[in-house]
Write a protein that binds this ligand. Structure first.
Ligand SMILES: [Mn+2]
Length: 329
C-alpha cells in the first residue's frame, strides 16, 4: 500500500499518493515533528450535481509538485515578485499523511474515520485538508474541535453557496449543502462567528432567513471588490474572533468563476477570478488564529487542462508561504 499515516483498513485505487504500482514508500518524518499535516479525503458520494471530487486530493497533489521547495531541503528556495519582504526562513516541516479511510456509500462510518484522522492531524500540526465534496468539512471540523478542547472554533468560508441547509426533503441532513449548519450545531458556535465570502446566485429562502436571523456575515463578490481583499480578510478575522478563539478556514473552489475553475461539482457564474482566490488565501495566511484550512470540491475529471487543481495547489502554497515563511509587518 502507498503511505497513509492513519493505518487504513483498505486503500481505494483512487485514494492516496500515486506511487508506482501503489508500492510502499519509506516512512516520512514523524507527525510529532510536523508543523503542517496534510491529508486528503477522496469522497464525493455526497455531492449533488457533478461527481469527481473523490479524485481531488490526487489531482491537487499532482499539481503541487512544483512547489516542493517550500519543504524540500535539497531544492533552491523561490521567492515572489513585488516589494522585498523579510523572510524568516525558507522551509517548513510539512508531512503528507495520505488519505483518510472512506467507506463508499456509508456516510456515518466515513465521517467517524474523517473525524479521527482530522483530530490526530490537528493535535500535532497546522492542518490542511484536501477534499472531497464539501460535506467532508463537517467531520474534519469536528476532529479539529476535538484536538482543541475548550477552544471555540470559528468558521470563515469562501464559497459560492451557503452550505447552511438543515434538512433537505431530498438530500437529508448529511450532504454537501449542510456542513456549515452541522458544524455550527456541533460546536454551539455563535453564528456571528461564521463569515461567508463569495456567495452568489440563488439561495433557499429558509437558509437566507437563517443568515439574517443569526447575523451571519455574507460578503458577495461586488462588495469584496469594493472593499478590497485585505480589508475584508482583516475584518473577517476580527469579526469572528469576537465569538471564537481560533479559526477554521474552509475554501470551496466553486467560489471561483467557472472560467477559471471549471473542475468543480456545482459551478456558479460570476465568481472570483483565480488570482482573487489566491490573494484571499495569501491574505488569510497573515492571521495566526487560523489553525486549519481546507480546499474542497475540486473535481479533476471536469478539469481537462488541470487549471483548477493548479489553482488550488498554487493558492495553498501562497497561504503557506505567508503564514510560515514570511515575516509579518
Ligand atoms: Mn460549498
Amino acid at each position: 500500500m502507498a503511505p497513509s499515516h492513519f493505518g487504513n483498513y483498505f486503500e481505494m485505487v483512487f485514494a492516496d499518493i500515486a506511487t508506482f504500482g501503489k508500492a510502499p514508500t519509506a516512512p516520512a518524518i514523524s507527525l510529532a515533528d510536523a508543523e503542517i499535516a496534510v491529508f486528503g479525503i477522496p469522497w464525493d458520494y455526497t455531492a449533488t450535481l457533478r461527481p469527481g471530487a473523490r479524485l481531488g486530493p490526487r489531482g491537487i497533489r499532482e499539481q503541487s509538485i512544483w512547489f516542493h521547495e517550500i519543504w524540500n531541503p535539497g531544492s533552491t528556495p523561490l521567492i515572489g515578485y513585488g516589494p522585498p519582504r523579510k523572510r524568516l526562513r525558507d522551509r517548513v516541516k510539512m508531512m503528507d499523511c495520505g488519505d483518510v479511510t472512506i467507506w463508499p456509500g456509508d456516510i456515518m462510518k466515513t465521517s467517524a474515520s474523517i473525524r479521527a484522522a482530522a483530530a490526530e492531524a490537528a493535535k500535532h500540526a497546522f492542518t490542511i485538508m484536501l477534499g472531497g465534496d464539501h460535506y467532508v468539512m463537517f467531520p474534519t471540523y469536528q476532529g479539529v474541535c476535538d484536538a482543541h478542547p475548550g477552544k471555540r472554533v470559528g468558521i470563515i468560508q469562501i464559497d459560492a453557496h451557503n452550505d447552511l441547509v438543515d434538512n433537505d426533503a431530498v438530500y437529508g441532513t448529511h450532504w454537501s449543502g449542510t456542513p456549515i449548519r452541522r458544524s455550527l450545531e456541533h460546536s454551539g458556535l455563535d453564528p456571528r462567528g461564521l463569515y461567508q465570502i463569495g456567495l452568489r446566485g440563488f439561495i433557499g429562502a429558509v437558509e437566507r432567513q437563517f443568515q439574517i436571523d443569526n447575523s451571519v456575515t455574507v460578503v458577495g463578490i461586488p462588495e469584496l471588490r469594493a472593499r478590497g481583499i485585505s480589508e475584508v480578510v482583516d475584518t473577517a478575522v476580527a469579526t469572528v474572533l469576537q465569538h471564537c478563539d481560533v479559526i477554521y478556514l474552509t475554501c470551496d473552489i466553486d467560489s471561483v468563476d467557472p472560467s477559471s475553475a471549471p473542475g468543480c461539482s456545482t459551478p456558479v457564474p460570476g465568481g472570483l477570478r483565480g488570482e482573487e482566490f489566491a490573494d484571499l488565501l495569501r491574505a488569510f495566511g497573515r492571521h495566526k488564529e487560523i489553525i486549519a484550512i481546507d480546499v474542497v470540491e475540486v473535481a479533476p475529471p471536469l478539469d481537462p487542462t488541470h487549471q483548477t487543481t493548479l489553482l488550488a495547489a498554487h493558492s495553498l502554497f501562497g497561504f503557506i508561504e505567508e503564514r510560515f515563511l514570511l515575516a509579518q509587518d
